[in-house]
Design a protein around this ligand. Structure first.
Ligand SMILES: [Zn+2]
Length: 335
């Protein structure tokens, strides 16, 4: 992959032609060359479900919008909940909703990944102390879902920051963290992958669009990036991201959004691929984003009807490793 064609920030992609990224051209090519993928239970494709936990307490703007939406719907109990939740203490926050999300996914025989933040700095506001929700975070892992790191806004080119953030999350969790996504999808190629490799991450799932949906490098399969200077495959997997809900709803209405996702799902099924979707946890407890949450449930319904494997990044990574779905071995230089 050419670094100059794939810079870490998305600014030059604003206005990209959507029709060009709706087909996984590289994966299609690999399939034609005999790339063969199986999934557990003979399933035909996988949906990698992910949640970035940007907030565990609603910021003021969310509180106001949720309050106004509840007022419009004359939903008095929701109004009370969104305006006065902290009367019962921080633990009553509507955004500490991981159990609710897992229950929804469980209904469809699905699992997901939650990426938590432990960064000290953020340009918008202080986010949260992960130690305050240690029990909830541990419960996610004990239930069989994944907890990964949501690297800070400034961290994507700072190895010390990422090391610190990883250690802090692992201290709370009492186990190793292998999955990563950077906040705001900030990424630099190849240096962020190099940092993640050095910090001991096994996979990243930042590589996607912040202003549209689709197959950014034409792939709907996890892959190992190739390092041009080192002339080697890197020791990390990328599970490319295809749909971030906030990016999609920026340019679509809910019915159009579903049509777009359906097109992507169909293409991924045809190529026995993995489609990765990102729904922030706040969406599931945010009256003004109810329609966003409904589309997520529609994905789960569609997934179960097409017999997709709906799971976390960690399980996709492990499956890829176990089955040797790599073009080359880890130490192989490319001739
Ligand atoms: Zn984020």
């Amino acid at each position: 992959m050419n670094e100059k064609e794939h810079p870490g920030t998305d600014s030059k992609y604003i206005g990209s032609d959507l029709s060009k990224v709706m087909t996984p051209v590289v994966s299609e090519h690999l399939m034609k060359q005999g790339y063969h993928i199986c999934y557990p239970g003979n399933k035909k494709f996988a949906i990698c479900l992910t949640h970035d936990v940007d907030d565990i307490y609603p910021p003021l703007s969310h509180r106001v919008l949720s309050g106004l939406t509840s007022l419009k719907k004359k939903d008095w109990s929701a109004l009370k909940k969104h305006l006065f939740w902290n009367k019962k203490g921080n633990q009553a926050s509507p955004y500490i909703n991981f159990h609710k999300i897992m229950e929804l996914e469980k209904k469809y025989n699905a699992k997901s990944s939650f990426y938590f933040m432990t960064a000290e700095r953020d340009p918008r506001r202080f986010r949260y102390n992960i130690e305050d929700i240690a029990d909830e975070v541990k419960l996610i892992v004990d239930s069989g879902w994944e907890v990964g790191l949501h690297g800070g806004y400034y961290s994507f080119h700072d190895i010390d920051a990422i090391k610190r953030e990883k250690r802090r999350l692992e201290n709370v969790l009492g186990r190793e963290v292998i999955g990563y996504r950077n906040h705001y999808l900030r990424f630099q190629i190849p240096s962020t992958w190099e940092i993640l490799e050095k910090c001991g991450f096994k996979y990243d799932t930042t590589y996607g669009y912040t202003n549209m949906v689709g197959f950014r490098n034409g792939m709907c399969h996890p892959f190992r990036p190739y390092h041009l200077q080192r002339q080697q495959w890197m020791d990390i997997y990328e599970i490319p991201l295809h749909v971030m809900e906030s990016a999609m709803f920026d340019f679509t209405k809910p019915d159009e959004a579903w049509e777009l996702i359906k097109q992507l799902l169909e293409k991924v099924e045809l190529n026995n691929g993995v489609i990765t979707v990102l729904w922030h946890n706040n969406v599931f407890s945010c009256p003004f984003r109810d329609h966003w949450a409904k589309i997520y449930e529609k994905i789960l319904q569609y997934g179960i009807s097409r017999d997709a494997w709906m799971t976390s990044g960690e399980e996709i990574y492990e499956w890829w490793c176990e089955n040797g779905y790599l073009l080359y071995n880890r130490s192989d230089p490319v001739g």
